[in-house]
Design a protein. Structure first.
Lengths: 264, 94
C-alpha cells in the first residue's frame, strides 16, 4: 500500500488491527487447506491424483507464505511467516472453519476443495482492484492458481456426482456434511466492513450471489442437490474453531515447537 | 483406479517454436483428465508451454521383429550423411 495509506493507518490502530486480521484470515485459510491436502500425499487413489493434490497444496502454501509475511509486516511485531504459521495456537488462527475439516474420503476432500476454490475465485478476483496494491499483487498470482484448482475440483465433482450410484451418494453425503460451514464464507463482520470501506477488500454481499451461481451451475452438471441452509455455530475467522484444527496444528507445528528454530 | 483407466502418451512443448517431445505416459479416464494429469505430473518444473496427449492404443508402431528389414539397409550408406562437405570457416552453427 502507498506511504500515505500506511501513514493514515498508523494513526488508527483499530484500522491497522483489522487490516492485519483480514490478511491473516486469507493466509490461514490457504495454509490450513494446504496442510490438509498435504495429508493425502502417498495416499491418493492414483499416482496422478497424488501429484495433483500435492500441487494444489503447494500452491496454497505458497499463497499462505506471501500473505503471512505481509501480515507480519503490517503487524510490525517482528513475526515472520514461520512464526505466524508454527507458533500460534488454534484460537489465534483465523481460517474458514470449512478449510480445517478432515479429509474424509476422496469425494469429501473434493467437495471441501471445490467450495473453497469457488470462494477464493471471487475473493481474489475482487482483490485485484484493492486499494492495497500488495494484496492486489498477491491476489493476481493466486487467482491464476485458483482457476486451475477450480477446474480440477469441479471436474472431479462432476465426475463423481454424475458417476456411479456409489460415487454420487458419497459426494452428496459429503456435501450434506460440509454445507453447514458455507454460511461463514460471506458473513461480513466488522473487519470485513472496515476493509470494504477502505476499498481494501471487495464487498462480500456482492460476491455471494456470484459464488452461489457458480456452485449451482456445477451442482447441476454433477446431478447433485444443494442442501438446505443450516444454523451456523462456528466462526473460524474469529478464532472459534471445530475440534479438528487443534489436532491438525499439533502435527503441523510439532517439529518447530519441539526444536525451536530448527533448520535443515 | 489406474487399472481401469486407459494409458495415454504425453508430449510436451518446452518452448514456443520447438516441437512437442514425448515425455512419458500416464493413466486417465478421458482426454480432459489426461491433460490435467499431464500438467500435474510432467510440468511441475516449468517443463512446458503446451501439452499433447494421445491414447497409447491409438499409436501404430513398427514391429520390432521387422527391425532388421526396416533399419539394417541404412547402416552401410554413410554417404547419406552430409559429412563430406568442407565447411567454410565463416559458417557457424552448422
Amino acid at each position: 500500500m502507498s506511504a500515505r495509506q500506511q501513514a493514515a493507518q498508523e494513526r488508527d490502530p483499530v484500522q491497522q488491527a483489522a487490516h492485519v486480521r483480514y490478511v491473516l484470515r486469507l493466509a490461514d485459510t490457504s495454509l490450513v487447506l494446504g496442510q490438509r491436502l498435504g495429508e493425502w500425499v502417498g495416499h491418493a487413489p492414483a499416482l496422478e491424483e497424488d501429484l495433483g493434490l500435492a500441487n494444489l497444496a503447494l500452491d496454497l502454501i505458497g499463497q499462505a507464505r506471501l500473505l503471512l509475511s505481509y501480515a507480519g509486516e503490517l503487524e510490525g511485531r517482528g513475526r515472520d511467516e514461520d512464526a505466524l504459521a508454527f507458533l500460534r495456537d488454534a484460537p489465534e488462527f483465523a481460517n474458514l472453519t470449512l478449510a480445517e475439516q478432515p479429509n474424509g474420503d476422496f469425494g469429501h476432500t473434493i467437495v471441501r476443495q471445490w467450495l473453497i476454490d469457488a470462494w477464493q475465485l471471487e475473493i481474489y478476483q475482487g482483490l485485484l482492484m484493492s486499494a492495497d496494491s500488495r494484496l492486489g499483487a498477491i491476489a493476481a498470482k493466486a487467482l491464476k492458481e485458483t482457476r486451475y484448482h477450480h477446474r480440477f475440483s469441479s471436474g472431479w465433482l462432476i465426475r463423481l456426482g454424475d458417476g456411479t450410484p456409489e460415487s454420487h451418494d458419497r459426494v452428496q453425503a459429503a456435501l450434506g456434511c460440509l454445507w453447514r460451514f458455507t454460511a461463514e464464507l460471506f458473513a461480513a463482520d466488522d473487519v470485513d466492513e472496515r476493509m470494504q470501506a477502505a476499498a481494501i477488500a471487495p464487498a462480500l454481499a456482492e460476491l455471494a450471489p456470484r459464488w452461489s451461481a457458480r456452485i449451482d451451475e456445477d451442482l447441476a452438471a454433477a446431478t447433485l442437490r444443494r442442501p438446505a441452509a443450516q444454523p451456523y455455530p462456528w466462526h473460524g475467522r474469529r478464532g472459534v474453531h471445530t475440534e479438528h484444527l487443534g489436532h491438525m496444528l499439533a502435527e503441523m507445528q510439532h517439529l518447530q515447537r519441539s526444536y525451536p528454530g530448527v533448520q535443515w | 483406479m489406474s487399472e481401469d483407466w486407459p494409458l495415454y502418451e504425453v508430449f510436451i512443448r518446452s518452448r514456443s517454436g520447438l516441437e512437442h517431445k514425448h515425455v512419458g505416459s500416464l493413466h486417465a479416464a478421458d482426454a480432459r483428465m489426461a491433460i490435467e494429469h499431464a500438467r500435474d505430473v510432467y510440468t511441475r518444473r516449468q517443463e512446458g508451454v503446451s501439452i499433447w496427449v494421445l491414447r497409447s492404443a491409438d499409436i501404430i508402431a513398427s514391429d520390432p521383429e521387422e527391425a532388421d528389414a526396416l533399419f539394417e539397409p541404412a547402416r552401410d550408406k554413410v554417404y547419406r550423411h552430409p559429412t563430406f562437405y568442407a565447411i567454410p570457416e565463416e559458417v557457424k552453427n552448422l
